[in-house]
Design a protein around this ligand. Structure first.
Ligand code: RFL
Ligand code: PHB
Length: 391
């Protein structure tokens, strides 16, 4: 088997890369360990930055997104018994976020690739990137009991944090930056209309809580819990009680509870591997970097990476120039680190930490009040949240 770009992983990064390359006349094959059904149902991100939406719409993926996506012009920070709106429409005019589930983006991408005759091989196993520093790398894998070899010019490692591509890079090449947080998120998808029109990031003495949504009839919630929390210890009633305690702090505001469709634990981690390239292997998305979900950035960063990679590969195939490909890692890492900082900052601002003393809590309180009372500080949050245009 042969293609121009072998893509490992059919998450948002791998699928979007395949789609963007196709539009530039470049062939790719995507290989994925999970089934199509599994990747289309995996509930994860919900918030798309303006730039991500613009890319999807400009490349023909806007039909459902523009119809079903919920455009939000602000978010609420809730603390001290009061709501504080960060108004994107006023602070960063013309820029907004769109609430549209990651699995919907994945469904749209798979449909577009298949309609264009694209190849996505699901349910493969034992994936091994080979000869990654040579001019002719390959990916070997097992499919339906048979071993295959996919020869290619480049490999895109879009196989997420636990994938094999990053591991295939020889020891000593990568510098890894890592931070684990002393908490995780317990996430619930509920069959109930949202309780507010916008997302609510709530800070309270009991810990952080997030009110989000997927559609006018589906709500998404998260609770800060200990990192090794057992989901089984959170029957629905306990979840709703705790969510109420953290969210119903504003007089007259009530949480709507409903049937729980899914309950998951999400780890909170910051991680960057540098550089994002070794030889002919290019890492993109979660394979190269992870952010805690507080800033809603992971998918958006994955989309940015593959946009940069597409430009580099298109230039190489057009006239053999390597300049953009050589700059791939540096270009991506500038945005990666901006987003690392923003995600860490939002996480630190909004969560409670066991080792906080009274002084730390007063500082956090003051910081929250500053962000919500200073135009400059609120604008900084807003421009990072909707996605910086210039990094
Ligand atoms: P993915 O989505 O993990 O996809 C990687 C794919 O590779 C496959 N794979 C392999 N395939 C072949 N061979 C192997 N050896 C393989 N090993 C793995 C996997 O099965 C998978 O299909 O990575 P990608 O494409 O880089 O996309 C990244 C995003 O999924 C991730 O950053 C976001 O979900 C993060 N995130 C959020 N991002 C946002 O932009 N906005 C949000 O609102 C947001 N909320 C979230 C989030 C992540 C969360 N969790 C569960 C970690 C909320 C949560 C709770
Ligand atoms: C979500 O809806 O899943 C979501 C929204 C905002 C975040 C993280 C997750 O910061």
């Amino acid at each position: 088997m042969r293609t121009q770009v072998g893509i490992v992983g059919a998450g948002p990064a791998g699928l979007l890369l395949s789609h963007l390359l196709h539009l530039r006349g470049i062939d790719s094959v995507v290989i994925e360990t999970r089934s199509r059904d599994y990747v289309e149902k995996r509930v994860r991100a919900g918030v798309l930055e303006q730039g991500t939406v613009d890319t999807l719409v400009a490349t023909g993926l806007g039909d459902r997104l523009l119809q079903e996506g919920l455009v939000h012009h602000g978010i609420e920070l809730r603390f001290g018994g009061r709501p504080h709106r960060i108004a994107f429409d006023r602070l960063v005019p013309g820029r907004a976020i769109t609430v549209y589930g990651q699995q919907e983006v994945v469904k749209d991408l798979i449909a577009a690739r298949l309609a264009a005759g694209g190849q996505i091989l699901f349910e493969v196993s034992d994936v091994v990137p080979q000869d990654i520093s040579a001019a002719h790398p390959a990916i070997s894998f097992t499919r339906r009991g048979e071993r295959h070899r996919l020869d290619c010019d480049f490999i895109a490692g879009c196989d997420g944090f636990h994938g094999v591509c990053r591991q295939a890079i020889p020891d000593g090449v990568l510098t890894v930056f890592d931070r684990e947080y002393p908490f995780g998120w317990l996430g619930v998808l509920a069959d109930v209309p949202p309780s507010s029109p916008e997302l609510i990031y709530a800070h309270s003495d009991r810990g952080f809580a997030l009110h989000s949504m997927r559609s006018p009839s589906l709500s998404r919630f998260y609770l800060q819990v200990s990192p090794d929390e057992d989901v089984a210890k959170w029957p629905d009633e306990r979840f709703w009680d705790e969510l109420r305690a953290r969210l119903e702090t504003v007089p007259g505001w009530h949480l709507r509870a409903g049937p729980v469709l899914e309950k998951i634990m999400a780890p909170m981690r910051s991680f960057v591997a540098e550089p994002m390239r070794y030889g002919r292997l290019y890492l993109a998305g979660d394979a190269a970097h992870i952010v805690p979900p507080t800033g809603a950035k992971g998918l958006n960063l994955a989309a940015f990476d593959v946009g940069v990679l597409t430009e580099g590969l298109a230039a190489w195939y057009a006239d053999g120039s390597t300049e953009l490909l050589d700059g791939y890692s540096d270009t991506c890492l500038r945005r990666v680190w901006r987003v690392q900082h923003f995600s860490w900052w939002m996480t630190t601002l909004l969560h409670t930490f066991d080792d906080q003393d009274g002084y730390d809590r007063r500082l956090q309180q003051s910081h929250l009040e500053y962000v919500c009372s200073s135009e400059a500080a609120a604008t900084s949050l807003a421009e990072n949240y909707v996605g910086l245009a210039h990094v």
